[in-house]
Design a protein. Structure first.
Length: 209
């Protein structure tokens, strides 16, 4: 049985915390967390606190992005139905909204684009049988997952068996099994042809007392 435990990062020294806190006029707790994750680097902290689209990496550096875009455009051009499906937590819901609004605003897809958020009580995390049933009932031919799918081996296998293609967009760790999704967009992909520079997310891992 695997034992799980919290691993706490070293708390920065108080002088460094005060410098960043005063420099950016932020709470010392937040300053300490930023130093833990970004180091005592004023430029990196500024970029995190003042994000802009110009500072984002090219998304086509992510392995599979070209194929995913071509697939989505092909489905749109052929008036095929598409379902965006994501988890019920913050990144899942936000991801669904961003992708849905982008496609609605830029393409004539309102009659063929669906979205679905996992039911916390009936479905839980990940791609569910209920969602695949929904896709079959509505003749949906493409499911784009948001914040899930990397380890949903059985559900993706079922979807493929039923003639539904899958594009996974996710950030969770990969497992050992083969994932049959058509495309997996995941910055945690450690293969050599995934050259997207950003691999991690800022994580709060301690409490300052």
């Amino acid at each position: 049985m695997i034992e799980l435990k919290y691993v706490y990062k070293e708390i920065p020294n108080i002088e460094s915390i005060k410098v960043i806190s005063n420099k950016f006029n932020i709470n010392q707790y937040i300053a300490a967390i930023l130093i833990q994750n970004l180091g005592f680097d004023v430029d990196k902290i500024y970029d995190f606190l003042e994000p802009s689209l110009e500072k984002l990496y090219d998304p086509f550096l992510i392995k599979g992005m070209n194929k995913a875009v071509d697939m989505i455009l092909n489905y749109i051009q052929n008036s095929e139905k598409i379902l965006i499906y994501g988890d019920y937590d913050v990144d899942g819901i936000t991801g669904i909204a961003v992708l849905y609004n982008f496609l609605i605003d830029n393409f004539n897809v309102s009659n063929n684009l669906y979205y679905k958020c996992a039911n916390r009580f009936n479905e839980g995390y990940g791609l569910s049988k209920e969602t695949i049933d929904f896709a079959v009932e509505n003749n949906i031919k493409l499911i784009i997952t948001v914040d899930c799918g990397t380890k949903d081996y059985e559900m993706i296998k079922l979807a493929k068996k039923l003639g539904i293609n899958i594009i996974v967009t996710d950030h969770h760790e990969f497992g050992d099994e083969e994932n049959l999704a058509d495309v997996i967009l995941n910055n945690k992909d450690k293969s050599e042809d995934n050259i997207y520079p950003f691999k991690n997310y800022l994580v709060v891992e301690w409490y300052l007392s």
